[in-house]
Design a protein around this ligand. Structure first.
Ligand SMILES: [Zn+2]
Length: 130
């Protein structure tokens, strides 16, 4: 769900207290998520990083680690609420695999926003009145 990251380069901080780039800067907990997303065409698994997690859960990775994760009831409620909410997402696909191996496609959410139903409705009404 989250990982301790270097504030300077965003890479994972190792047990040594330094990141792979050998920085010793402040540690920030960042989201690293895997979740199923669906629309009218079906569903797929998406990966997502910190910016997406902050929109989905409404709190930073540090707040999640310090106050949400230790409170099981709050954590369960926040995960359930996030899973039942519609979003607008931009998804990027990337092919992975070494030569000779089966190619695999991974999908990553790279932009997300909560749906503003009032704005969406006004836009549809404006289009209908043309
Ligand atoms: Zn670093």
């Amino acid at each position: 769900m989250t990982y301790p990251s270097c504030a300077q380069c965003k890479k994972k901080v190792l047990d040594t207290g330094k990141c792979v780039m050998d920085h010793t800067s402040h540690v920030i907990n960042r989201y690293m998520l895997q979740f199923a997303a669906s629309d009218w065409t079906g569903h797929t698994w998406l990966g997502a990083f910190d910016e997406i997690g902050q929109v989905i859960f409404g709190v930073s990775g540090d707040v999640w680690v310090d106050s949400v994760a230790p409170d099981n009831d709050r954590k369960t409620m926040m995960v359930m609420e996030a899973g039942c909410r519609p979003y607008k997402m931009s998804v990027k696909a990337a092919k992975e695999g070494r030569p000779g191996e089966e190619e695999k496609v991974r999908y990553r959410a790279n932009r997300i926003e909560k749906i503003d139903f009032v704005a969406e409705t006004n836009q549809m009404l404006a289009q209908m009145s043309i």
